[in-house]
Design a protein around this ligand. Sequence first.
Ligand code: UD1
Ligand code: MG
Length: 461
Amino acid sequence: MSVTALILAAGEGTRMKSALPKVAHRVLGKPMVEHVVSAARAAGAGRVVVVTGHGAEAVEALMAGSGVDFVRQDEQHGTGHAVMCAEVLLGAADGSLLVVAGDCPLFTPETLASLVAERDRTGAAAVVLTTRVDEPAGYGRIVRDSQGAIAGIVEDRDLSPEQRAITEINTSTYCFDAAVLFEHLRKLENANAQGEYYLTDIVGILNAEGLAVRTVEAQEPLETLGVNTRVQLAEASRILQRRINERHMLAGVTMTDPDLVWIGPDVAIGRDVVIEPMTTLMGATTVGDGCVLGPDTRVTDSTVGSGCVVDSSIVSGAVLADRVRVGPRAYLRPGTQMGEGSKAGTCVEIKDSRIGAATKVPHLSYIGDADIGSAVNIGAGTITCNYDGERKHRTVVGDGAFIGSDTMLVAPVEVGRGAVTGAGSVIAHDVPADALAVERTEQRTVEGWAARRRETAQDEG
Ligand code: UD1
Ligand code: MG
């Protein structure tokens, strides 16, 4: 049966004290709402609809191109009202409708899929994900009848003194029969402490109609954390960090101190990789086998081949082939492509450039908008002068060239294959293959000058 997901993300999140809408806050580099979208998709949701309202433009821009549909809830009159707003898109949907709050970034696909499976198995009109907590204050409580079936959900503010002791809570995660849900949604009322339409009231309504409502208890209560404050945001990051790091360690990755390694949920890592402390791997990053990353390293949206070493460096939007060595303190910016066995060494910055196989840029260089061939040696301190104040220009260096230390390559310029530039040269004109280009004033040597100066200094002293 088809599965659709509806993600509620219109609330303001007042307790975050932020200009950013709550669901846009990131957990390990990924906005909370996107964690939920990923989990829903992996749980089998073919279509994902996100209800936006507070900060709608920001949330929608964040997820542009991710294939989800948006529906606006311009004024937020509660979780039930949010679902009502989605009726224009989903009123005719059939099959299962997973409803998940956008501020719950820790759900695993398995947990969401278990709600769908329970509905498939029982044919229930609704399945509610519950959990038991030591401190239920603030949450909606699950009220059960004498047979132990769910009778309803009562919000914290509307609890009777006896109900206050209930420790089984609503996680705000449901699987509905889509058609049945929209048929009964208009029966929700806002006669409660907050004057809102509570989605939670649908449980009592379905029960009154004699329609079956079931519950699934979350196996892992940590998953159900809803983020309302920045303290909980940090808690969510810590929980996810542990879960992700454990997964990688069990798959053959060594971490000398996993508490000091932060890896985003969409990062793939090969076997026998060693990750040293203070290292973050974020975004769409892939790491091959046998690499050593860190300490003090940040890799974002990059592909790292096998056998690479990245030490104390920043790599962002770059592609590294196998056996590339980076650092210490290199900065590889977007558009950097490092060929097999190449090196970007100490204090080297590279952007929008191709560095050929076995080419070395070992020390103190800036390479921007360049196409450097294979087996090239770039001497210490070499810089591509790629910007004339208005436009960027390209530098091309042929295979096997030797660029002397402290060469300024004034782009646009081309140094041919096998050519050599003299140390300290400003190269503003193309150099033919196999030529030598030196641009330097002649050296003047004054015999005995230094000794004479020392003598004068002594006489005066
Ligand atoms: C909700 C549940 C409560 C549950 C708790 C779990 C209701 C009435 N209560 O309470 O039973 O224990 O979650 O964390 O559902 N939202 C909208 N539009 C609105 C209001 C909310 O899109 O008009 C979204 C929010 O952005 C958020 C989610 O719905 O992602 C939950 O809203 P929130 O205000 O956090 O509800 P809670 O008070 O936590
Ligand atoms: Mg909440």
